[in-house]
Every structure is written in structure tokens, then in C-alpha cells.
Design a protein around this ligand. Structure first.
Ligand code: PLP
Length: 472
């Protein structure tokens, strides 16, 4: 090995330190329940400041243990239900190690990681019920997947020329339920469609009003616009609600629009048991699906997937091979497809290995059970809330999200202030992490349970803590 390489000078020492750190990390994972979020110290920026030379490295392992690892975001803790944050899996540690040693660039060329990504995409397509033509690409998360799926929808409606000249005078319009995740708005902005051309369709009984949707499409057409996209939601960000995908797919077919489904977390009800699975009925009729593994498949950040029913349509939006990326018959540059033809990114790491190792280790059934259990726990939380006369549910949970107020008898403003104070106090004491959301003008406590470590006792303790703070 060259003396100039950046490899360790002393491999034995590196090995010993790495083993020690691995043991420490596994201990931390094993004791996730003892480690809620905590404040970062006031001087943390100084502790991380990079010095003028490498001499600070001497105590690097100790600094990682003392200054880095303690200040995690808290989402590994069993009583963390804020926002929609995945908890991570033990297999992430080993998957990360394997991925780092291989250091694969999954943009293209012929090597194992690309075949592994294809295997995980293939499995996901089967679970979502998509046909064999379906294909996709791993991305950071649902936001990026949404952008790429919309780009494919636009190329379909405007033809490949839109890639070169933009959409010009055309006024494209898109339709989604009021309450659709902000990722849809952002994607339309980035594409130049413009978020003012997103029509928010009112809900009836928690789902997009299909008659209103039909009317809005007609009105826009009559007005000279080009309706191109319906965005259904599997698991709304506020209340965990699901649109009627068969109804949306029928309208998409009648009107010639593209049906995209934001399934960031809710798409995974496809592998849940019983009635929870039925929530995502019809998702198999989507033209595209955006989903995350880092939320409700529990794998570490980041890990999302853009799926398109006809993979050729995703390719049509992104394929571009300058001469230096030309594929060859043999050698490193052989092998098809190349993922760079299916999205924005050229260089990409091996995200799929986290999913692959999790499935190979735990089996699909373990995930079905964990997802089902999270929905049951949301129901149980709702029952704990209903058992306390002063509290009130925003809505009976349909999936894994429970939204409630700590005191339903107060005026809306006081309720909101109380709920926010309780959320923050519980976060700071390390007792539980709820986030808040506004329902009908009142800010409420919200638990989105995508946590495989949560038990019934955790739910009971957390609701008791809310009750205690509400009565203080
Ligand atoms: C989290 C979420 C998103 C955004 O996904 P990211 O992975 O954070 O980019 C979009 N839609 C819904 C419903 C979500 O819950």
C-alpha cells in the first residue's frame, strides 16, 4: 500500500478502537429505553469545531462517546411518537458497516449493490400490487420521490420535449386533498408547475370529495388549463387518514390524469393485518407511489422509494447518458438498467441494503405484526384518552395516528396553549414525545406511532403523564 494513502497507519489500533466503539453502540441500541432526547449543551458548536490541524483526533473515540452519541434526536426511544419518525433497527448498524466497506456507487455500472436494489424494489412492487412493468429508484425520502414521480407525470402529459424547453405557456393543474403533505406543494414549485396550480379538494368523512374533484377538473379544463395529476394520500400527516384509491383511480382513468399516491408511511398498511390492510385498497392502481422505509419500515435514515407503474415512464423523464457514462457490453460499465436513468441523482449510496438485511433477518411477518401493533396501540391510546372525561379525541384513529386534547372543556385558545405546554414539558422531561397539530382551530397533541419499541405500558404512562400535567 502507498505510504500516501489515507488508510490507518496502525490497522491493529484501528481494529481495536472500532471493536470498542461497536460494542458501545450496540449497548446504546440495546438500552434505547434509557435514552430519551436531551438538550444539546450550550457549547456543542465549539466542541464540534474543526481545528487547524488533525491533532484533536487523539481522543476522538472518547469524544464520540461523550460529545456525539448522547445528542441524538430521541426517535430511538420507545416513547417517541412525534411527527412521523422511524426508530431504526439493529440491522442498520451492520448494514451500514457492509455498505461502508463496499462503498458502492449505485448510479450505474455492474456490481452487486444495484442487483440488491432491484431485488428490494421488486419486493416492494409486489407488496404494493404493482404489475411487472413497475420500476423505481431509491431516494432520500418521500419528498424527493414525489418530485421525481411528478416529473414523470409531466413528461407523460406534455411529451419528452418538456425536458428541453420547459412547459412554456401550458398551465398544468394538480389535485389533492386539503391537508396533503407539503412535499406535494414543494415538488410542484420546483418543477415550475407552481403551487398556485394545486387545487385542494375538500374532504368528506376524511377522504377527498370525489364529486368535487370531478367538478374542479372540469372547471379547469373549460378554463383552458391542463389538469395532469391527482395526488391521493395513504396516511395523512395530521390524522393518518386514507383517500378512496379505487374512487380516485376511476376518475384518473376517466379523465386521463396521472394518479400519484403519497404513501410515505401509510403505504405500509399493505402488509398490515386485518382491516388496517384494507385502508390502502386500490393503491395497486396508482401510476406512481412515493414511500419511505425510514418511517414505518423502521430502517435508519435515509431511505425512500419512488415507484412508477410503467418504469419506462420514469426513465423517459430522466434518462441521459453523456458519452462518459456510456454503457459497455462487458466490464465495469456493463449491466442494465442504470439507476441514474430513473432520477435526479447520479452518485448514490446503497440504501436498499438496510431494507434487505432487515427483511432477511426479521422476515416480512415481523414487519406485518409490528405495523399492525402500532395501529392497535393508537387505538389503545385513544381508549386511554376516552377513559378520562376531561380529555377529548380529535377523531377516532383509523391507523397509527392518535390526536387528542388534554382538556376539551377549555376555550380553544387555552386548550391550544395547554397542549403545547404539555408537549414541550414532556419532551424536556424525557417522559414522552408528542408533537402537535391544529385540528379545527385547536392545537392538539399528536402521536404518530411508527415505533416498534413501544409497549402498552408506555402508552399508559404517557397518557397518565399528560393527565398529571393537565391538572397541575
Ligand atoms: C413524511 C412525509 C412526507 C415527506 O417524506 P420525507 O421522507 O420526510 O421526505 C410526505 N408525505 C407524508 C404523508 C409524510 O408523512
Amino acid at each position: 500500500m502507498s505510504d500516501h494513502s489515507l488508510d490507518p497507519k496502525d490497522w491493529d489500533r484501528y481494529r481495536a478502537e472500532a471493536h470498542d466503539l461497536l460494542d458501545h453502540c450496540i449497548d446504546l441500541m440495546r438500552r434505547a429505553d434509557e435514552r430519551p432526547w436531551q438538550h444539546v449543551p450550550d457549547d456543542i458548536q465549539d466542541r464540534y469545531a474543526i481545528g487547524p490541524d488533525g491533532s484533536r483526533q487523539a481522543d476522538l473515540m472518547a469524544r464520540i462517546k461523550n460529545d456525539v452519541l448522547p445528542y441524538h434526536a430521541g426517535n430511538t426511544h420507545p416513547k417517541y411518537w412525534g411527527w412521523v419518525q422511524g426508530t431504526g433497527l439493529a440491522t442498520d448498524v451492520t448494514a451500514g458497516m457492509v455498505a461502508a466497506v463496499m462503498n458502492s456507487n449505485c448510479g450505474g455500472r455492474n456490481h452487486g449493490a444495484n442487483y440488491m436494489e432491484r431485488a428490494v424494489i421488486d419486493w416492494t412492487c409486489r407488496k404494493m400490487g404493482l404489475p411487472e412493468t413497475a420500476f423505481g429508484v431509491f431516494v432520500t425520502g418521500t419528498s424527493q420521490a414525489t418530485l421525481q414521480a411528478f416529473a414523470a407525470a409531466r413528461v407523460k402529459v406534455m411529451g419528452p420535449g418538456v425536458r428541453a424547453v420547459g412547459q412554456g405557456e401550458a398551465r398544468l393543474t394538480a389535485y389533492a386533498a386539503a391537508g396533503v403533505h407539503n412535499a406535494t406543494k414543494k415538488a410542484l414549485e420546483v418543477l415550475g408547475v407552481g403551487s398556485a396550480n394545486l387545487r385542494l379538494v375538500p374532504l368528506i368523512d376524511g377522504q377527498m370529495d370525489l364529486q368535487k374533484l370531478r367538478n374542479m377538473i372540469e372547471v379547469d379544463r373549460a378554463d383552458g388549463a391542463t389538469p395532469f395529476l391527482i395526488v391521493g394520500t395513504a396516511g395523512s400527516v395530521d390524522l393518518g387518514l386514507f383517500d378512496d384509491f379505487h374512487g380516485l383511480a376511476d376518475i384518473a382513468r376517466e379523465t386521463g390524469l396521472w394518479l400519484h399516491i403519497d404513501g410515505a408511511f401509510g403505504a405500509w398498511t399493505r402488509i398490515a393485518e386485518g382491516a388496517y390492510r384494507d385502508l390502502s385498497d386500490g393503491i395497486e392502481r396508482a401510476d406512481s407511489i412515493a414511500l419511505d422505509f425510514h418511517k414505518w419500515m423502521y430502517v435508519g435514515y435515509d431511505c425512500g422509494l419512488c415507484l412508477v407503474r410503467d418504469g419506462a415512464e420514469l426513465r423517459a423523464a430522466f434518462t441521459a447518458r453523456p458519452v462518459y457514462l456510456d454503457g459497455k457490453e462487458r466490464g465495469v460499465a456493463s449491466g442494465e438498467p442504470w439507476f441514474c436513468d430513473y432520477g435526479v441523482d447520479l452518485s448514490r449510496g446503497n440504501r436498499a441494503i438496510k431494507v434487505w438485511m432487515a427483511l432477511e433477518t426479521l422476515g416480512e411477518v415481523a414487519f406485518s405484526k409490528a405495523i399492525t401493533r402500532n395501529c392497535d396501540l393508537a387505538k389503545m391510546m385513544a381508549a386511554e384518552v376516552e377513559a378520562r372525561p376531561e380529555m377529548g379525541l380529535a377523531r377516532v384513529p383509523v391507523s397509527n395516528v392518535c390526536v387528542f386534547t388534554a382538556n376539551a372543556s377549555l376555550p380553544a385558545e387555552e386548550q391550544s396553549a395547554l397542549n403545547v405546554r404539555i408537549a414541550v414539558d414532556l419532551q424536556e422531561s424525557g417522559e414522552a414525545v408528542f408533537s402537535t397539530t391544529v385540528v379545527d382551530g385547536t392545537e392538539m397533541l399528536r402521536a404518530a406511532i411508527v415505533n416498534h419499541r413501544t409497549t402498552e405500558a408506555h402508552i399508559r404512562e404517557a397518557i397518565a403523564a399528560v393527565a398529571r400535567l393537565a391538572s397541575d
